[in-house]
Design a protein. Sequence first.
Lengths: 189, 1022
Amino acid sequence: MKKTVLDYALKIRLPLILFTVVLAFVITFYVSRAERDGIGYQPQQPIKYSHKLHAGTMSIDCQYCHTGVTKGRHALVPSANICMNCHTVARKDKPEIIKLTRYYENGEPIPWKRIHKVPDYAYFNHSVHVNKGIQCESCHGNIREMEEVSQVRGFTMTACLECHRDPEKHLPYLEKVNKGPENCAACHR
Amino acid sequence: MSNSNSDKKNSNIWKSLKEYYNDPEIFKAKANEFNEGVTDDFDPSELKGLSRRRFLAVLTASAAVTATACSDYREKGEIIPYNKRPEGLLPGRPNYYASSMQLGSDSYGILIKTREGRPIKIEGNPDHPINKGKINDVIHASILNLYDPERLSNPLINKRKSDWISTDEEIISKLKTASDAGKEIAVVTNRVISPTVKKVFDNFKRTYSSAKFYSYELFGNENKRAAWKKSYNTLIMPSVKLDKANIILSLDSDFLGREGNTVENTRLFTDRRDVMKGNDFNRLYVAEGALSLTGSNADYRLRIRPDAQFEFVMSLLNEIVITKGIGNSKINNESKTLISKYSLNDFVKNKGLDSLKVNYLVNDLIQHQGKAIVIAGDTLPVDLHIAVNLLNEILSNTEIYDFEKGYNLNSDLSTEEDLNQLTENMTAGKIGAVIHFDTDPVYHLSSLYNYASALEKVETKITLTESENDTSAACNYVLPINHVLESWGDYKDRAGVYCLQQPVIAPLFDTRQAEAVILTWSFGSSKSYSEEMYHKFLMESFKDEVSYTDFNDAWYSALHDGFVVQNVSIEKSAVFNLSSIEGIIEIKSNDSYLLHLQPSYFIGDGKYANNGWLQEIPHPVSKVAWDNYAAVSPSTAKELNVKNDDVIEITVDNKSVKLPVIVQPGTADKLIAVELGYGRNIIGDAGKGAGVNVCVFISNNNFVSQWITGITSVAKIDEVYKLASTQEHHALDDMSVKDFHRIRNIIQEGTVGEYIKHPGFLHDHAKHELFSISKEVKYNGLKWAMAIDLNKCIGCTACITSCNVENNIPVVGKDQVARGREMQWIRIDRYYSGTPDEPVVSNQPMLCQHCDNAPCENVCPVNATNHSPDGLNQMAYNRCVGTRYCANNCPYKVRRFNFYNFRDNFADAYYQNNVTDLVHNPEVTVRSRGVMEKCTFCVQRIMEARSEAIKENKQLKGDDVQTACQVACPSNAIVFGDSSDKESEVSKYRDHDLAYHVLEELNVRPNVTYIAKLRNTHSEEV
């Protein structure tokens, strides 16, 4: 039987095309996963604030600035008056501090860029996690080493559930730890 | 009483007349899961055209989409912290403020929940001595008025936008001119129960000596007050210790529903219907014409038209005093002659009443002297109230009067002569200026005093109002005022309680507090205004009202509590003035058509008519939403040849109004009952077209009272008006089984006598071993459950509104309600039993039962609804694809589907704007089109309590959580908690003899337990 062009197209060409497309998709899917989950996102902040200096070198406790984390849903981004507790005196002449003072004195809030975000249909509560002894680093990475903060872990449902299902592995520093809830209403309502 | 249809009767319990007569339509409707037309109405040609607002929305949206596509997809926006965070305010955590609010002639203590500085929910102040943590629908929903998209945002001069300074200057100069010319300045208010507002008016009067103050109410208890003054001549009218009353007789009084102070009344009334406290139930007799909420809770109900109430009271007096010789010494000969003209036997015969019931009533009243009370309705005339005062006096029922919490009677309304004089002077051009102090007399008083045409003759017409109304449209100066939640204030309506009101948010718009506006004019210069003005004035006034040692201590603790309880010496009794009874005018009842105008349950005097949440609550008795209607009895309907939705024209003198008809079982024959407050001309988009204005029928020359009048003519006209009634929606029934409601355990009832004799009567029939197709799940630890005590539930619907606010329930609009698409998560099912003429009413709140073996869960193809380890039937919105299988499989019909994005769909996206969005509870998802939703047992409150427990390192307990409906229930009929804890209240209810589950034999194992209603009747039959 004579081989036609159609045979060639159906037998060789089509599978080849399909294979390439699927391969390209799979590769892109996995390679871009981190990017899609926001890992490595490091926006430019209005004030060049160094967590490495404050939290690392000077070892200021996270909760000195991020108040309310044990009391409610949010870990608050500090209001300018908290910065000014020190910076009314400390390093007043540095350009970034002058910028900060200007915000404070004009009564303008500082428009910090948001880095970590869970989708708005998920209700994440900082206090229940922090009050159970979970450290900030477990989700936010080693902030003490970061000059400028970037996202190091995914904030997806998979990421949440991994830890909820196997907390001993992810939170080895906790002596006694219960499994996190896995039911829908724990986060979605 | 015609009972010719009784042969057609075949089921004991029925929901509507159609069902009673086995209308085939009902079978058809019940066979279908959704109403006809629910799913197949999408016809593009019928869609509304693109409005300007919608066009702009689409334009903006497409621009936004384009902009998003070009921007950094990883961008997550900004976090804007406070510059200086206010003390005590933590984003993500609610703050609560105690305050007060006036509704009609009463004030209520409220607790306002704010998040990030914006109020999101109003609840009752638990410490308040009168309403004790409970409020009614109107206050719950009034938060929506704060975020009403159509609130006025700046002053208007002749409909043109203006600013406060120039408006104030202009008005002040006009007022001065009028005052100097000796022309009267009339200030028209509602009842003033605030001592400080009275001082503001005094101040105003000092500057403008020609000022005169008028006050009126569309309805209220002015007749009762007037009668009290005539009978006792004291300035404190006692409230009634209803919890001490064994027998209550209501004469057309809806004291549980709409007659003021309903919250306290409900609490005290249901306190004696508590199966947990014992079986010493009170007995409620209701004699009324139109079936009211109170009537639907009666143990015995007598159908008596309001014009016959007077004869009824006099006959009772005659029977008790003359025939039975009770309290003979308390009454003089003149009064005896007066009452001896009446005879109870004749009355019973003439009106076709059940003599057995009336005998029970008389015997009960006599037997329980000093422990009974007779309450007359607000719409009944003064003379009848006087007769009732005498009846209570004779029966020594004054013993349960509560003078210590009595009503202050120092806030009289203007008399009929005053108001007549006002409008005459207005017409004659003698009035220089009229100031409407948050009132709408053009809508309320136009027929009574020709107010609208009189107003035209006045040169300076000023209205202080939150949003445009019929009066503001006729005024040349319209000044926007603050909402209650933006205002300072105080109230002193009850003896010994001084209530404070504080703002919880800065004015959203360029509005001012009404009192501050009047003060500014009093000072005679626009520059004297400051935002602090009324605040300071109130603090000064506080010094006169409250005794204290340290002002700051007293003021801030009063602000913190929301009220001050004062020890004032009050006369604990009053002497009845017999001459008051001698002068009463007798009312002769007749057989012609009678019109009874009644207050609305939800929208006040029309002030709340633009509130979608309130308009959409089904009427507690008829279940009609979004409209008023003429309620007639089945035999009157036959006589008029009308059925539901037919339109009749009612003419009184030469005024006529067309109204749609509802055939309401239980209505007295030849009586037409209509609610007031509907049909405002000038109103926002939500209230537009809702109902008909029947204020025109109010007249001082009316037959029985202002609100009750004879009808000149009534006739069916060739029109049909579709009313949206929810009574057939979400029916639980299966028509293949007759008398299913009882057999299938939907409604179970008994009598107190039966219960005392045999407490377990409900569970006499042998229990079947139920077979389950699913594996039993073991619950370790806490398991949520609810119990609803039907003895205490009066069907007031406060739970519905509280749930609406808490859970971001959208307003869907009348057309959607008519299709059965209302979104309320909790509904009150109303069942009738008996005959259409004398129905017995049963109410049953129905919400998601959180079944252990939930039938909805195993039909969901995407597992969007499933069970949590603590027994919740949970619903993950972002998983739901909208197959609606779950709703189809739910035996209780409690699932609600978002057929549209209702915020966008209702009235051209009326409630979708930057302002109204602020009302949403940030802890609850705002659901979008295409997803299913239902009661969550307030999972956000459970999670909140859980995080608190974790914070304090405690075990979460069932009592830590209160659902929104539970918090709202004025009779505490709803109990929520942990059913695994056998000591918890909810477990005690679950194990109670009267506990049952609806549709128990389906073995779905619901977690909502109902406590069967006991009727306190003499016989043992229901």
